[in-house]
Design a protein around this ligand. Structure first.
Ligand code: CA
Length: 387
């Protein structure tokens, strides 16, 4: 069996309303899907992290740099392919876009392996530790509007009404404004719903520590990306100064990047992004290191239904840490803001929000071999754009 072609599909459409986080506002929704074709008619799908123009750069890396390295190789040789590509790209980028690009290709290879062996990916990974995955609702993106506190209050109440037992909001507008936003959400959802905040590395540790004390007072379960991902000492200072959980890792890449983050005890909750850090093959190595250091893992999830489906397999196959009769369950991060690439991309949609509503907060595993998802090719053609 041979890899015959790798195609990148960058999908994009204009949002009705501008959305943002502490670094920027944006008006386009993007997804970057990777299709790996073989000579036996089996096709695998993956996804690369990276929106906007980053997706176009990654498309070039996938098609013009990685594809020629792996054409003709056996798609089941995932480790061999990963190391060949990484070794050839080492001198050109050990983090960032080359690794995001490799991630989408690697995920597609796992989809192919599942289809060839007629097994779901979670079983290739060692089996499902759980039948259903609790989901938390992510929303409350930043917007340039005068009534953001009221909007956050309404949106968070709506997420609670949808059945989510925990949710996450954006912060990063400065400590005073952040505290007002979190108070507004906490008042709207009450004391019993889990609440997490995400600053997208807007702060220095010196600014984030007093903000964190206020967040603790408001019962925030974790403070995500308080400081820049390179600032390991800042992360350690926050862990030392605060009782609350410090979360991070979505901006880290490969076993070598995560080695330093994990060994340095920089985070209480590790958030690996499989579509960026190097794919499922590399995720497994990061997970082993996190387990070895007893760092809980709650995957970062962003992107289309391909990314959501991939993460459901990973979360199903995540061992309890530590083992217990009633272990704390991992959670699926689920973006509740409107996204046609999550809701309409698949022939059989995952219907996450309907499942959450019906079950009181949990989601079933995708069925079928590989990732158990089938992208709608007409939909992909309709939304495909060129740089
Ligand atoms: Ca985040």
């Amino acid at each position: 069996m041979k890899i015959t072609e790798i195609i990148s599909h960058v999908l994009q459409y204009d949002l009705e309303e501008e959305l943002g986080y502490s670094q920027q506002y944006y008006l386009k929704r993007t997804a970057h899907l990777v299709e790996v074709r073989t000579d036996v008619g089996v096709t695998g799908w993956g996804e690369c992290f990276g929106g906007g123009n980053v997706a176009f750069a990654n498309k070039t890396i996938v098609e013009k740099v990685i594809q020629p390295m792996v054409l003709g190789m056996n798609p089941l040789d995932r480790e061999v392919i990963w190391h060949k590509v990484y070794n050839l790209l080492r001198d050109h980028g050990q983090k960032g876009m080359p690794i995001q690009s490799l991630s989408g290709v690697d995920i597609a290879l796992w989809d192919i392996a599942g289809k060839i062996h007629d097994l779901p990916v979670y079983q290739l990974l060692g089996g499902a530790f759980r039948e259903r995955i609790p989901a938390y609702g992510y929303g409350m993106m930043l917007q340039r509007v005068p009534d953001l506190e009221e909007r956050f209050a309404r949106e968070s109440a709506a997420i609670r009404e949808q059945g989510f037992k925990a949710m996450k909001m954006k912060i990063g507008l400065g400590p005073t404004q952040d505290i007002r936003l979190v108070e507004s959400v906490r008042n709207a959802i009450g004391p019993d719903i889990g609440l997490m905040v995400d600053a997208n590395h807007a702060y220095t540790a010196r600014e984030a520590i007093p903000l964190g004390r206020e967040l603790e007072r408001l019962g925030v379960a974790w403070f995500e990306e308080p400081v820049a991902s390179e600032d390991h000492q800042g992360y350690r200072d926050l862990c030392e100064a605060l009782d609350m959980n410090i979360a991070g890792g979505e901006g880290e890449f490969t076993r070598w990047g995560f080695r330093d983050l994990i060994k340095g005890r920089c985070v209480d909750v590790l958030q690996p992004e499989v579509c960026a850090l190097g794919g499922i093959t590399e995720y497994q190595k990061v997970l082993a290191m996190a387990n070895a250091h007893f760092v809980p893992v709650v995957n970062h999830v962003w992107g289309s239904a391909v990314a959501v489906g991939t993460n459901l397999h990973l979360l199903a196959a995540l061992p309890d840490l530590p083992g217990a009769a009633h272990p704390v369950q991992p959670m699926l991060e689920y973006d509740t803001t409107p996204n046609r690439f999550r809701e309409e991309l698949l022939v059989n949609p995952l219907r996450i929000q309907e499942q959450v509503k019906a079950s009181g907060g949990t989601v079933a595993l995708p069925q079928g071999p590989g990732l158990g998802i089938e992208p709608d090719l007409d939909f992909i053609r309709h939304f495909s754009v060129d740089a």
